[in-house]
Write a protein that binds this ligand. Structure first.
Ligand code: CU
Length: 967
């Protein structure tokens, strides 16, 4: 007999214990109100607030386990954000703490926000993927990493800013430092962890909080005097056996379905309270009092729930009676996802009754009017719906034995109003236009030129099996195997996103919001739900939209494909097996001026955790290539990678042949800077040309012990999203690497890349090589030993108390991998570069290594820490085969494995005796720039084909040059 997968005997005991100690009601601590004594409803809790003062907010935030109560049940193993002010930077307003919503942060545009973010989470109970017919494999605890995402904010995605690739190990911390953009729309945002494989579990169990920029209503003049409320909408599922006290959801590692609760076993909370009341004064026509107006800003802070909200008015006594159908009230939407709108969207009549769909992660602010008479109340409702279509769950609950997926969301009352006429209130009729109290800038991209078009296909990967249990992918790939998209900053791109599945997928992109151009929802009007009680979501809400929105969003639903009535709600297929009528959205995005790595994904978090996510990397508007000619005075030339034209030609060190060059962003203006190193009076001198302008040259520093011909690379080493200097010793001295700040030139630290006795010189490179969100330094032996590529990391995480990484930590580098390249007898050098020449195949950066040994070029992949951890823990097979890349703690110094992804002969391009290598980014990948290792000659740029192996094109960049670099 199968046992329940949720309730272990130990858990059952704890539940029984919890029930025994739980008092019948949780209202003891509620504030005193003027409502009738018989009113059992709790008052809507307002979370405590931490607000910036004088442009600064500094918080210490600890993610930790807590026991909490919802309604009359005590829940153990909830997670929460314990929060405190640091150094008095910010203000604190007390509120009602809840395990279900963290404290609210309030910030303003231009603010500097520092978060010391501590992982104090308990171990995560890992439940391996099960064969439905087999006995359960026992669950076991694994360390639980943590990260932080500022949902909806336009921020740098790299370094210690909004970097969702970070994976903070338990007992460690990270200091996040963000600057709220001057262009950020004012409204309601939120923050939550973003660990792939654990996003749903961590958010579901409590790790979330509001982040208000300015005002949560959108900051419109029309609403200056109104009361605003923020409302976190969350649900919980109790197990089908009816036990309470344990929260049930779908761990990414543990299910053939996406965790279906039998109907009715949902509980809904607002700010952590069940069915609370909010003061919103009804009109009193007898006294000539109009109804009070308020703005309610709501957020769907769940992984799975599709909320469809509606408002109605009922007699006060019916406030919680879902069988009573009230008078539908208009839904007056004034802000979506914190973005401002030129005028309200008003849903009235039947449209108001059908409700507005708030997707997972999305927000909506509505102007709400009080009820029409003192004996009436306004209710906020969840409209009954089902996510997905009629097919049943693969889950082995007895009443749901098929493969597929839905989740039922019952009709329910989230909250209701009450009146207190001792409070003076204000009435505002629905305005015809909305007037933001600040400059919103131009939000309409519909007339802008499009620099790049892309498509993404959201789909179920395959029929579930033990190997691929109900996975979700993008372009038929699971994260991180989908193509890396590399938009150029400052450009507008158009993204068409198809939905090949019968489920709703809410699309979410980080770093910049999107304007909806078009929505195509191929609803089947004849569709009959087999269970016929619950309408699938897509039939409740008509999502067709033929014209562009007048505003931007950060979560956008992709309607499902047209489904087949005869095939249990699966999509209607063409002869080729693909959906005949996929759902579709067309978006425009203006790429913000931030460089770095981030993601787009489905915000239905069990889908994201199962692979429905791809990597995006913003690159400069015009990534530059730089070369050094090797005449008696080396000439550094920078070229536009768009036009091939030279943009700068300088002789940084007159009279010197051995000059090295790198391209990167040392001043965090997101534009490529050209940095060179030469030797003056025995010291390596580094000169930087900001934005490749000769007039902007400045000397960054002078460094000893690097010999006559040092090498240089640029990559962010300390997490401030400003590229730093990596200097490799030339021939004749010990194989030293010096790492220094790209801003001040100050030395962070140094290390020996090879044996101290080695005198052949060190080539250097750096970049993002694996999940974990930090850059690595790559070295290549320049000559005189078995050619060896080595990888070095530092550890930028803080300690368990939230103290940030020390200067010593930043400057301490350890070798985590090495790789020998070329024949055993080969003693020539290996040059190295880091980039994304195979972006079509996903992953992150790769190393390109070249030798003069038969003109060899190898592309190397680096295995991440979590891969090594998974092998060690023995569940690699169970995890990786499902596509669930459970990100285990990123440990900087865990040994990595390096594997050869591709080997090419450079002889085909005329470099049979070797070439130096650089990599320059393109919107779809990168070009490998090759130049002869010795003497002058032709520089060529190689583009790999879309399959990442064949050659698509070879461009001549420049005659007469050498030693290339790119960005
Ligand atoms: Cu999805």
């Amino acid at each position: 007999m199968k046992t329940s997968r949720w309730i272990t005997p130990a858990a059952l005991l704890s539940i029984v214990a919890a029930l025994l100690v739980a008092p019948p009601l949780s209202s003891a601590a509620e504030p005193v109100t003027t409502a009738a004594a018989s009113d059992q409803r709790p008052v809507l809790p307002e979370p405590p607030r931490y607000a910036s003062v004088n442009g600064e907010l500094h918080l210490k935030v600890t993610a930790t386990k807590v026991t909490g109560r919802i309604g009359n049940v005590t829940y153990k193993d909830l997670l929460t954000y314990k929060t405190e002010l640091v150094d008095g930077k910010g203000s604190y307003t007390p509120g009602t703490t809840s395990p279900y919503i963290g404290p609210t942060w309030v910030v303003q545009r231009g603010d500097r926000v520092v978060i010391d973010y501590i992982n104090d989470l308990p171990k995560y109970t890992f439940m391996p993927v099960q064969d439905a017919d087999a006995e359960r494999v026992p669950s076991y605890p694994v360390p639980q990493p943590l990260s932080l995402h500022f949902h909806g904010l336009e921020l740098w995605p790299s370094g210690n800013s909004d970097n969702v690739l970070l994976s903070i190990p338990p007992g460690r911390s990270n200091r996040y430092e963000i600057t709220i953009s001057d262009k950020q729309a004012e409204g309601l945002y939120w923050l939550h962890p973003h660990i792939h494989g654990l996003a749903d579990a961590q958010i579901y169990n409590g790790l979330a909080g509001f982040l208000i920029v300015g005002r949560s209503d959108g900051n419109y003049a029309e609403f200056d005097d109104l009361v605003k409320h923020e409302m976190a909408l969350r649900y919980n599922v109790v197990s089908p056996q009816g036990y309470t006290g344990e929260l049930v959801d779908a761990p990414a590692t543990d299910t053939f379905g996406t965790a279906m609760a039998p109907r009715g076993d949902m509980i809904y909370t607002v700010n952590g309270a069940l069915n609370p009341r909010v003061r919103l004064n009804s009109a009193d026509p007898a006294k000539g009092l109009p109804a009070e107006s308020q703005v309610w800003a709501m957020s769907n802070i769940t992984g799975s729930a599709t909320y469809i909200i509606a408002l109605d008015e009922v007699d006060a006594k019916d406030y919680d009676d879902t069988t009573v159908k009230g008078t539908p009230l208009d839904l007056v939407i004034v802000s979506i996802d914190g973005d401002s709108m030129p005028k309200p969207i008003v849903l009235t009549g039947e449209a108001a009754e059908r409700g507005y769909l708030v997707p997972q992660g999305g927000r909506v602010a509505v102007l709400v009017q009080g009820a029409s008479a003192p004996g009436k109340v306004v209710r906020l409702l969840q409209v009954q719906n089902r996510s997905g279509t009629g097919m049943k769950s693969a889950y082995d609950w007895t009443d749901q034995s098929y493969i597929g997926g839905w989740r039922d969301y019952t009709q329910d009352v989230f909250l209701s109003s009450y009146s207190d006429y001792s409070v003076t209130t204000k009435h505002v009729p629905t305005p015809s236009t909305l007037t933001p109290n600040y400059d919103t800038g131009d939000l309409d991209l519909s007339k802008q030129p499009v620099a790049q078009k892309r498509t993404f296909i959201f789909n179920n990967v395959s029929e579930p099996s033990k190997e691929t249990p109900n996975n979700f992918g993008v372009d038929f790939k699971l994260y991180p195997d989908g193509s890396i998209a590399q938009p150029r900053i400052g450009t507008v791109e158009e993204w068409t996103i198809y939905n090949y599945s019968p489920l709703l997928h809410p699309f979410h992109a980080h770093v910049q919001d999107a304007q909806v151009m078009e929505v195509v929802s191929p609803v089947n009007p004849d569709y009959v739900n087999p269970e016929d009680e619950y309408l699938p979501t897509q039939y409740v809400t008509d999502m067709n939209q033929p014209t562009p929105s007048a505003f931007q969003q950060d979560v956008i639903n992709i309607p499902p494909a047209r489904v087949d009535n005869a095939d249990e709600g699966m999509p209607v297929l063409n002869g080729d097996g693909l959906p005949a009528q996929p759902g579709k959205i067309v978006l425009r995005v203006r790429i913000n001026d931030f460089l770095g790595w981030y993601v787009e994904h489905c915000h239905r978090l069990p889908h994201e955790d199962r692979g429905m996510m791809t990597v995006i990397r913003s690159i400069p508007t015009d990534p530059l290539v730089a070369t050094v000619s090797q005449g008696s005075s080396a000439v550094v030339t920078a070229f536009s990678s768009l036009t091939g034209d030279p943009v700068m030609e300088v002789t940084p060190f007159p009279g010197q042949r051995d000059v090295s060059v790198a391209v990167g962003d040392v001043n965090a203006d997101a534009k490529p800077d050209v940095v060179t190193v030469g030797v003056v009076n025995g010291k390596a001198v580094v000169k930087a040309y900001s934005n490749a302008q000769e007039s902007s040259v400045r000397t960054l520093g002078r460094y000893s012990g690097l010999g006559d011909a040092p090498s240089i690379a640029l990559t962010d080493i300390d997490g401030d999203h400003r590229d730093d200097l990596v200097l490799g010793a030339g021939p004749g001295v010990a194989p030293k690497v010096i790492v220094a700040s790209g801003g001040s030139g100050r030395v962070y630290g140094s290390f020996l890349a090879y044996d101290r006795a080695f005198r052949g010189g060190v080539n250097v490179a750096g970049g993002m090589l694996e999940e974990g969100g930090r850059n690595s330094i790559v070295t290549g032996s320049a000559a005189g030993m078995r050619a060896t590529v080595a990888i070095f990391n530092n550890d930028l995480f803080g300690d368990a108390k939230g103290n940030p990484a020390s200067a010593q930590q930043v400057g301490t580098f350890k070798k985590v991998a090495s790789y020998r390249i070329g024949a055993k007898s080969y003693r020539g050098g290996v040059d190295v570069a880091v980039g994304t020449p195979r972006a079509a195949l996903g992953g992150l950066g790769q190393i390109v290594a070249t030798t003069s040994d038969a003109g060899r070029l190898e592309i190397l992949s680096v295995g991440g820490a979590h891969e090594a951890q998974m092998h060690k823990l023995g569940f690699h097979e169970m995890v990786s085969q499902t596509g669930v890349h459970l990100a285990l703690p990123y440990r900087a110094f865990v040994q990595r494995t390096v594997t050869m992804a591709l080997r090419l002969s450079m002889g085909q391009w005329g470099y049979g005796s070797g070439a130096g290598v650089g990599v320059v980014s393109t919107p779809t990948g990168a070009r490998m720039v090759l130049a002869p290792a010795k003497g002058d000659g032709v520089v060529k740029a190689i583009t790999l084909g879309p399959n990442g192996t064949s050659i698509a094109s070879v461009d001549v960049i420049q005659q007469d040059g050498g030693r290339p670099a790119g960005m």
